[in-house]
Ligand binder design. Structure first.
Ligand SMILES: [Mn+2]
Length: 357
């Protein structure tokens, strides 16, 4: 039996909403994920790419990674795929901070190339690893077509896949990928994607989850264990606030009421994202006092950051004055006159049919 612990997409250096605290969070998330891997005593740890958010990683992040991998690689070898974020200007240039980690013998990666095939022996059991770092679709398809393992047990590791799961070569015991930041495990096809170790882009990641995938490759088939990988920062995501039909005062009050109901669980300052939907008129939108609402929220829940995502739609308004609202015929005529609608003639003809004029 060979045990692989698989994580992905750590995006060191990413800072959501330009919050410097998130850089520190990303480092803590990676360290937490690596320690979670070690607790399962894996034969090998796999990271399928986007270790850094930018190939021009800052020295602080590089030093952190260096120290962390030095500690972890003493316990288990680390295979690291280069993701699209780890490579400058796409696949045409090879200089990447991963290259440095590799030449320091902290990780096994694909060197200056986008691919590498090698064997590793675990207690007499030989496993062939096929690595594909980020590359274009054509070269990826070419690699997939020509890579054929020579040993019984083989593992394919890539940052992303350019073919659907049913078109993958069948000779791999496990295919580990990254790139998309949500967990996905297909035990029938033996394909796993852990998701990101931290929240990088909340719009894409809030609906899913991230997990550590532990794969035991046995003669009788794979056995999977997964463990939730939550961000070290607490996120409160409220998707369903609807302000349809409200006036400005009502919106301001309601939003304060909604915020008042939020109560963060942990002690750490949470990131709170409030998604507001609905349709309001432009006057109402102008009357929404964002600053006051946010200040109120900050005083109530002490967040690291409170964000109101304005997803509401705005319709223009025009006041129509009806002299006799109960007189349908007169009201329609007044409406048509004041709105200067292009359907004036049709409306007036319909009106004749209805009231029999
Ligand atoms: Mn990524």
């Amino acid at each position: 039996m060979v045990r692989i612990a698989h994580i992905s997409d750590s995006h060191l250096g990413a800072s959501m909403f330009q919050l410097v605290e998130r850089r520190e969070d990303a480092r803590k998330c990676l360290e937490k994920a690596m320690d979670m891997c070690l607790r399962h005593s894996p034969d090998v740890i796999v990271h399928t790419g986007d270790l850094f958010d930018s190939p021009f990683a800052n020295v602080e992040d590089q030093t952190f990674v260096n120290d962390l991998l030095k500690r972890v690689s003493k316990k288990a070898p680390i295979i690291l795929i280069k993701g699209n974020h780890d490579i400058p200007f796409g696949w045409r240039y090879s200089q990447s901070p991963i290259r440095l980690l590799e030449s320091n013998d902290l990780v096994i990666s694909t060197g200056d190339s986008d691919t590498r095939i090698f064997k590793m022996e675990f207690d007499g059991e030989v496993v062939e690893f096929h690595l594909i770092s980020w590359t274009n679709a054509r070269s990826m398809n070419r690699l997939l077509n020509k890579m054929a393992p020579k040993t019984d047990t083989a593992v394919l590791l890539a940052h992303h896949l350019t073919v659907s799961k049913d078109r993958l070569p069948i000779h791999y015991n496990y295919t580990g990928i990254g790139h998309a930041h949500n967990f996905w495990l297909d035990e029938e096809y033996d394909i796993g994607r852990p998701g990101s170790t931290c929240v990088v882009d909340w719009r894409r990641e809030m609906s899913g989850s991230s997990k550590l995938i532990v794969v035991d490759i046995c003669k009788t088939g794979n056995e999977y264990t997964t463990e939730s990988l939550n961000d070290v920062r607490e996120f409160k995501y409220w998707p369903g606030f609807d302000i349809t039909g409200m006036g400005p005062a009502e919106v301001n009050n309601k939003m304060k009421q909604w915020i008042g109901r939020l109560s963060p669980k942990k002690k750490s300052k949470p990131i709170v994202i409030i998604n507001v939907n609905g349709v309001v008129d432009s006057e109402t939108e102008r009357g929404i006092d964002r600053n006051k609402i946010i200040k109120y929220g900050e005083s109530q829940i002490d967040p690291l950051f409170l964000h109101i995502e304005s997803n509401w739609k705005v319709i223009g308004t025009a006041a129509v004055e009806l002299s006799e609202p109960l007189n349908v015929e007169k009201s329609v005529k007044e409406y048509v006159e004041q709105m200067q609608t292009e359907y004036e003639d049709e409306l007036l003809t319909m009106l004749q049919d209805i009231v029999g004029g």
